[in-house]
Design a protein around this ligand. Structure first.
Ligand code: FAD
Length: 431
């Protein structure tokens, strides 16, 4: 690595937003920059497909990891496996702790450009009783724990409650207008597509395994409408379908006070009886970023719609750690990584302003497993002020969900544009 002669781009985080940003910077800025990625783990965790493995009785740790090192080395991107500890914005330095073995000494690295893509802290540690009584599918450990519970005799046939803790969105996206007259509104849950997915996949699991009927399930949301970012018309159709199956739906729920053996206790005292409590927590900003002057009122990184911090144009954010990323979904992080690559190429004189300065127009794009080889497909931008609301359900979206992961791994995360266009075409036109 020759940081003395070329500007050094330091990317913090190597999952969806970090990997994709580093690759896009290399694609658009070419060899004009040196790039380093730091992540605490050296693989990409393919979060969206963990639930499918769980409900289809596969250990997700065997299928939902992609090695980062070869993917980055192919693009001459340096990788450091380390825990990011502190960012010194004035000195343009990042402190990190090499993370492969215990006992390492803290080190530091200088940057000319910083791309923050550290995601968020999924705060199960703020949910009293979660460790003893809760389940989730956001990582390999919890996914495997739930799979064993379901398939190795843990489930006793009791009620199942699925929902999200309250999210506390900061003020960092206020005033941004992604579509004419639109905005990034407030959500009380960070990411509810997976809640819908777990609900339909669980209903299918109950029926398929003869463990019960969908009436055992209650799904709840802290918001007026669950997953409103997927488009009001889409969600209304989805709710008609699941309530028609007998699934109970509760909206405007207070925050979770605690999980117990008997169920979920909400702030204010209401309880929902549940044997299985399938929960997504609050998405909280990382402690190592929270107090930086580039953060909003909740510690998420403030950017404009080109993903640059307004006061520090050498700093970018992409993915879940950015204020503008609402809901917190990987698809939006991917759109942002494209913009980061273009902006750095602009600064390097490798792209003209017209091509580079195309602001973020977020789209909620989500494919959720419904069990038995079926899935729902959502493409919507109406929540942000756009006019598109597409909802499809069936076998084609399920095949797309599986082939997207396969293509992602095959291409080391460099999804060809035509692949995405074909996916959209297949889902929206073919059936
Ligand atoms: C159950 C579930 C299902 C989902 N399904 C979908 C879906 O179908 N479609 C969709 O678009 N989105 C989905 N999402 C959301 C999606 O997973 C996230 O939006 C996406 O992972 C965000 O990518 P990111 O790179 O910003 O953050 P992350 O994926 O969280 O990655 C952050 C990276 O930073 C690293 N890191 C964090 N802190 C440090 C530190 N201090 N030092 C070093 N490294 C650090 C982590 O190791 C990680 O690799 C789902 C989420 C969940 C929980």
């Amino acid at each position: 690595m020759n940081t003395a002669t070329k500007p050094h781009v330091l990317v913090l985080g190597g999952n969806f937003a970090g990997l994709s940003s580093a690759q896009k910077i290399r694609e658009y800025a070419g060899e004009s920059v040196d790039i380093t990625v730091i992540d605490r783990k050296d693989y990409l965790l393919f979060v969206p497909n963990i639930a499918t493995d769980v409900f289809e009785n596969r250990d997700p740790s065997l299928h939902q990891r992609m090695q980062l090192r070869p993917a980055l080395a192919a693009d001459d991107i340096h990788f450091i496996q380390a825990l990011v500890q502190h960012v010194d914005i004035d000195a343009r330095m990042v402190n990190f702790l090499p993370f492969e073995r215990p006992g390492e000494a803290s080190e530091s690295l200088h940057y000319d450009y910083l791309v923050v893509a550290l995601g968020a802290h999924l705060a199960y540690d703020r949910l009293p009783g979660f460790a003893e009584h809760g389940h989730t599918v956001s990582d390999l450990f919890h996914g495997e724990r739930l799979r064993r519970y379901l398939f190795e005799g843990g489930y006793r046939g009791g009620p199942i409650v699925i929902g999200a803790a309250h999210f506390h969105q900061g003020d960092g996206a206020e005033g941004l207008q992604p579509y004419p007259g639109g905005s990034i509104p407030y959500l009380k849950a960070a990411c509810e597509g997976p809640i819908l997915e777990m609900t339909t996949a669980m209903a299918s699991w109950l029926t398929r395994t003869g463990r019960g009927t969908p009436e055992k399930i209650t799904v709840f949301t802290p918001d007026e409408m669950i997953a409103a970012d997927a488009g009001v018309k889409n969600v209304e159709a989805f709710l008609r379908m699941i309530t028609g199956m007998g699934i109970h739906y509760r909206n405007n729920m207070p925050d979770i006070a605690q999980l117990t053996a008997e169920g979920i206790e909400f702030v204010g005292g209401e309880t929902l009886a549940a044997e299985i409590k399938l929960i997504l927590p609050d998405w909280v900003s990382h402690e190592c970023l929270r107090d930086l002057p580039i953060c909003d009122s909740r510690g998420f990184i403030r950017t404009n719609l080109l993903m640059r911090n307004p006061e520090h144009p050498e700093i970018f954010a992409a993915g879940d750690c950015a204020s503008v990323t609402m809901p917190k979904i990987g698809g939006i992080g991917h759109q942002q990584a494209e913009l980061v690559g273009r902006q750095i190429a602009l600064d390097m004189g490798r792209m003209d302003a017209e091509e580079a300065n195309q602001a973020l127009r977020p789209v909620t794009f989500c494919i959720g497993d419904m069990g038995e080889g079926r899935a729902f497909y959502v493409r919507s931008n109406s929540w942000f002020g756009g006019h598109d609301d597409v909802l499809k359900m069936g076998r084609v979206p399920y095949r797309l969900k599986m082939s997207y992961r396969d293509l992602f791994f095959l291409t080391h995360g460099k999804m060809p544009g035509f692949g995405l266009n074909i996916a959209q075409f297949a889902a929206e036109r073919v059936f």
